[in-house]
Design a protein around this ligand. Structure first.
Ligand SMILES: *Cc1c(COP(=O)(O)O)cnc(C)c1O
Length: 390
């Protein structure tokens, strides 16, 4: 099949997925091998699975096309992907992060890479002036997350990319919360897109994985060399599982978007909820930026499946979660099943309480990952829990 100019859902099923040549198997085999026979001395397509494996290549081709990049490099986890980005830096270089990035990103920077004299800055990247003021001649990378976790703040990728181009910085966007179905940062000027495959891309809460995508060949070459050298590779089996999941990415994301939109509007109507954080509500402070940059492949504004709510106190949050039946109390997100998480004691527990409160991560805050169950069942579950709090 000629896959040029094919639409998103067609590419997610067919790109890198040509039927296998030996038997015509439509579902591709998993190349469970560490090494490959060479035709002659150093004459081969693959030599060793740390350097490359056909099952991994298929996955990388597929996700590169979904993010509209030139190439992708898959990793054993999202954190392995982020750590590999750090290896683009040398001691003395500086990196700027969105201030409330994923907790693991904060930890790997502050506790590991800071030891190698790489300087970090934690900036509110919704504020373009704050970003401009922090960039200096040593800044090599700006790493943003949008929407942020769990406060759902939106950073303007296009505007930030202009600032980065002027200062010759690489712009990295952690696109985990959106997936390429909902947001394609490379088309807005980013240089590298990062995903935890563990979340929406795999979507079934059964593997850990990560990926980086770029549209610049020199960046792709460097990252591939880092991947091969540090050995942060995923297993062929995990690559195959993610590939299988990608075939339903569009239908899953459509349902996540729809369910969360309906649920956010339902929650907004309840007086017992102190605050609600969802970029699809017109009361959200960055709603118009979200509307502009979060587009599905048909060009419609979409807002993802993550909704955070503040119930006002720890006691209420506990009672609420205890009363839920369908939502499971667990870390992680982006799976077909609905989850609820208490950031202050779970994902963000390592951040000092004072800093947490400054960011809005109060003891009463809950993060909902809206799954693709029947939306009325989910709403009834939430209704029941709301009625239990006073
Ligand atoms: C989960 C997550 C990561 C880390 O990915 P792992 O696969 O858990 O290593 C990074 N960024 C975001 C936004 C995440 O949600």
């Amino acid at each position: 099949m000629n896959k040029k100019n094919k639409k998103f859902s067609t590419k997610s099923i067919h790109k890198g997925q040509e039927p296998e040549k030996l038997y015509g198997s439509v579902s591709l085999p998993i190349y469970l091998t560490s090494t490959f026979q060479q035709k002659e001395f150093a004459e081969y397509e693959y030599d060793y699975s740390r350097a490359g494996n056909p099952t991994r290549t298929n996955l990388e081709k597929n996700i590169a096309s979904l993010e509209e990049g030139k190439g992708a490099i898959a990793f054993g986890s999202g954190m392995a992907a982020i750590s590999s980005i750090m290896h683009l830096l040398s001691s003395g270089d500086e990196i700027i992060f969105t201030r409330n990035v994923y907790g693991g990103t904060y930890r790997v920077m502050e506790q590991i890479y800071s030891k190698f004299s790489i300087k970090s800055h934690w900036v509110d990247t919704t504020d373009l002036n704050a970003l401009k003021q922090t960039i200096n001649n040593n800044t090599k990378i700006v790493f943003i997350e949008t929407p942020t976790n769990p406060m759902m703040e939106i950073c303007d990728i296009k505007e930030i990319s202009k600032i980065c181009k002027k200062s010759k910085c690489i712009l990295v966007v952690d696109n985990t919360f959106m997936s390429p179905h909902n947001q394609r940062p490379l088309t807005l000027g980013a240089d590298i897109v990062m995903h935890s495959l563990t979340k929406y891309l795999n979507g079934h809460s059964d593997i850990i994985g990560g990926i980086l995508v770029s549209n610049k060949q020199n960046i792709i070459d460097k990252l591939r060399f880092i991947q091969m050298s540090v050995g942060a590779v995923p297993s062929p089996f995990d690559c195959w599982i993610v590939q299988r999941s990608l075939k339903t990415l569009s239908v899953r994301m459509n349902q996540h978007n729809k369910n969360a939109y309906e649920i956010a509007h339902f929650l907004q109507s309840s007086k017992k909820i102190k605050a609600i954080f969802y970029p699809g509500l017109n009361t959200h402070s960055n709603h118009t930026i979200a509307q502009r940059q979060q587009l599905n492949p048909d060009g419609e504004s979409v807002f993802g499946g993550m909704v955070s709510i503040d119930l006002g106190s720890l006691v209420k949050a506990k009672k609420f979660v205890k009363s839920l039946d369908i939502f499971t109390l667990a870390e992680s997100l982006g799976g077909v099943e609905s989850l609820v998480c208490h950031p202050a004691s779970m994902t963000h527990a390592s951040i000092p309480k004072k800093v947490r409160n400054q960011l809005g991560i109060t003891d009463g805050l809950l993060r909902l990952s809206i799954g693709i169950e029947d939306v009325n069942d989910l709403i009834n579950d939430l209704k029941k829990a709301i009625n239990k709090i006073n």
